[in-house]
Write a protein that binds this ligand. Structure first.
Ligand code: ATP
Length: 235
């Protein structure tokens, strides 16, 4: 498989605090990659650096073989990358309006075609399309955040903690929906502390203090002492 995303020795931080210390990773076309790590390991900082919301202090980020490190977030999005933050949606806007915002780079007719696909994939949203996002349950809001991100039609979707704030039943729903997304051939990079997401991944990385401590296939990570130690405190 050819690399869609190549991250080479990326460094980033906030003021005097350096958070990423030469983070390396790749995502191939059609692949689902899980970025694991405990609180504060640097997962959000890496995703924000990839999408251009956090300046890089060193290293390179290539998308489809082109260095995008110097591009602004909107230019990166136009090249086929979309990002779902932990916050996700605009609560006072309707579901339809939130979806339209996710497709700002598309024409009106492309956007409505895409919204129809989203309503098929997320039937709960279709039933409430004129309602404010604030009226949705936590799980439905997460679905809306995901649908809004998918509206871009991007080749690579970056998801930050899709399980955050959700009860276990909704986490299972998100996982099932992501299986459908994976079935469409979209490449996913998912930053998660919830180990249940490993079941979706082809490969993954365990991040520790801004570096990749372990990388491997799903099976390798499932058998890794370092992963067990980070997640369950035992090795
Ligand atoms: P979490 O799952 O808690 O979000 P994470 O792995 O995503 O953890 P980051 O959010 O990237 O980790 O945070 C990495 C480090 O950077 C932490 O020590 C955090 O306190 C620090 N940090 C994050 N955002 C800022 C900020 N805006 N200003 C200063 N330090 C920050």
């Amino acid at each position: 498989m050819s690399a869609l995303l190549e991250v080479d020795k990326v460094e980033a931080g906030y003021g005097d605090v350096q958070v990423l210390w030469g983070a390396d990773m790749t995502v191939a076309k059609g692949e689902t990659v899980l970025l694991m790590g405990v609180n504060g390991a640097g997962k959000t900082t890496l995703l924000r650096s990839l999408v251009g919301l956090q300046p890089c202090r060193g290293g390179a980020i290539c998308l489809n073989g082109k260095d995008i490190s110097a591009l602004k977030p909107d230019a990166r999005i136009r090249r086929g990358m979309a990002y779902m933050s932990e916050l996700g949606v605009f609560p006072t806007l309707s579901i339809a309006e939130n979806l339209r915002l996710g497709a700002y780079a598309l024409s009106g007719s492309q956007a409505s075609q895409r919204a129809d696909q989203m309503y098929q994939m997320f039937p709960d949203l279709a039933k409430k399309r004129r309602a404010a996002a604030a009226s949705l349950s936590g799980g439905q809001r997460k679905m809306l955040g995901l649908a809004k991100t998918l509206m871009s039609g991007a080749d690579l979707i970056l998801l930050d903690e899709p399980s955050s704030g959700l009860a276990p039943v909704f986490v299972s729903q998100v996982i099932e929906t992501l299986k459908e997304v994976i079935g469409t051939g979209t490449s996913l990079l998912i930053a998660e502390q919830n180990i249940a997401f490993l079941a979706l991944a082809d490969r993954g990385y365990l991040m520790d203090h801004g570096r990749m401590e372990v990388s491997g296939t799903r099976a390798e990570l499932e058998g890794s002492d370092a992963v067990r130690k980070a997640y369950f405190g035992v090795s």
